[in-house]
Design a protein around this ligand. Structure first.
Ligand SMILES: [Zn+2]
Ligand SMILES: [Zn+2]
Ligand SMILES: [Zn+2]
Length: 366
């Protein structure tokens, strides 16, 4: 199976995926549209709208050239196929070449159509035109307003380059590969539609909650769009976004790393074996919050599980006195707040007797 045809195909597919979705390695190597065409694109800070009109157009042209690039690459990589001689190649290759050329021509036609009358037909310009209302007299004025607000340093910006979210004094913007979504803050309402929780694990350094929000405008010409952000950035967003935020899915938004950690703590404790209370003993209310029964007991389990691992955990003889949330908060409060990646593996003293315990030693009382 070691044919040059197959190897080139695989390499080219990987290259295309990386080029279109640009993982960090490609980004740091400078292999992005923004970097390759930087001199023509100009500066995003100086002219945000003009920059993105050019960027999206170049992106369409370059991405649509990828199939043609594959054919040309194949001509060089596998010369014995004689792909350079159109009349000799097989029907399927000819069809592929024809389709690639058509795709490239179509994208050029599209971009030329967009660019007519000072980019009047470009989708970004059309979004701007939909926003022409007092005080803005023309879509150029709307563009100027966005450009000016984008230049301010107090804007809210987050997200990966393929789905960047920017909130300025009066706009909500989302830059994607082929478009820039925009909505006037005064016109839009925002709904939290989904929340995904990522527990802390050896692979992810800190726990995260990703919120999905739908930005819908009362302006019928503006299509609703989704923005995604980390729950810890929610407070910053709220500071900049005056539009009401509805929480339709009753999502609990964890805004600090300690709150986020509680979910992880709970998930890990669930994996430990439960503790059965001796028959004569009764469960008392948690002495931390007095709201719920004390349902945790510290048992030195880590020692037995990994016998060859030296642990500095100690035996705790306290009866169950804390609920899981209070113990989790205590656990989080005793950690290095700057280094959440160390939290799972560290030990903290029992809040009552100061015997050291780790997350493996926390048992839920049954
Ligand atoms: Zn409690
Ligand atoms: Zn104790
Ligand atoms: Zn332990």
């Amino acid at each position: 199976m070691e044919s040059p045809e197959l190897s080139f195909t695989l390499v080219y597919i990987v290259f295309c995926l990386c080029f279109v979705f640009t993982p960090n390695e490609f980004r740091s190597a400078g292999l992005t549209i923004q970097n390759l065409f930087s001199s023509w694109l100009g500066s995003e800070d100086v002219a945000f709208i003009q920059y993105h009109v050019r960027r999206t157009s170049v992106t369409v042209l370059v991405h649509s050239a990828l199939p043609l690039g594959y054919y040309l690459g194949m001509c060089v990589a596998v010369p014995e196929k004689n792909l350079g001689y159109i009349h000799q190649v097989s029907d399927s290759w000819r069809a592929f070449l024809l389709l690639s050329i058509c795709l490239q021509l179509a994208s050029w036609t599209l971009v030329i159509y967009w660019s007519r009358h000072h980019w009047h037909n470009h989708p970004i310009s059309r979004s701007l035109q939909a926003h022409v209302q007092p005080p803005h007299s023309s879509w150029g004025a709307v563009a100027a307003s966005i450009n000016t607000e984008f230049r301010r340093i107090d804007k809210f910006a987050t997200g990966a380059p393929g789905a960047r979210v920017i909130v300025t004094d009066s706009w909500v913007l989302k830059c994607t590969t082929y478009h820039v979504h925009m909505a006037l803050q005064d016109d839009c309402h925002v709904t939290v539609t989904e929340s995904r929780q990522h527990h802390m694990s050896p692979d992810t350094a800190s726990p995260a909650q990703i919120l999905t929000m739908r930005v819908a405008s009362i302006n019928p010409a503006i299509r609703p769009f989704d923005i995604r952000l980390n729950s810890t950035e929610y407070a910053d967003l709220r500071e900049k976004l005056h539009a009401p935020i509805r929480n339709s899915a009753n999502v609990v938004i964890h805004q600090t790393i300690s709150e986020l950690f509680l979910e992880t703590f709970r998930a890990h404790v669930d994996l430990n074996q439960p503790y059965t209370l001796p028959t004569q003993q009764e469960i008392e209310p948690c002495i931390g919050c007095m709201q719920v029964p004390a349902n945790t007991k510290l048992v030195r389990l880590c020692h037995t599980e990994e016998a060859f691992n030296v642990s500095d955990c100690q035996e705790c003889f306290c009866r169950p006195m804390w609920c899981l949330s209070c113990l989790g908060r205590w656990f989080a409060s005793r950690q290095d707040q700057q280094r959440p990646e160390t939290w799972l593996s560290s030990t903290v003293p029992c809040p009552t007797c100061r015997a050291k315990f780790c997350i493996l030693d926390v048992c839920v009382v049954r």
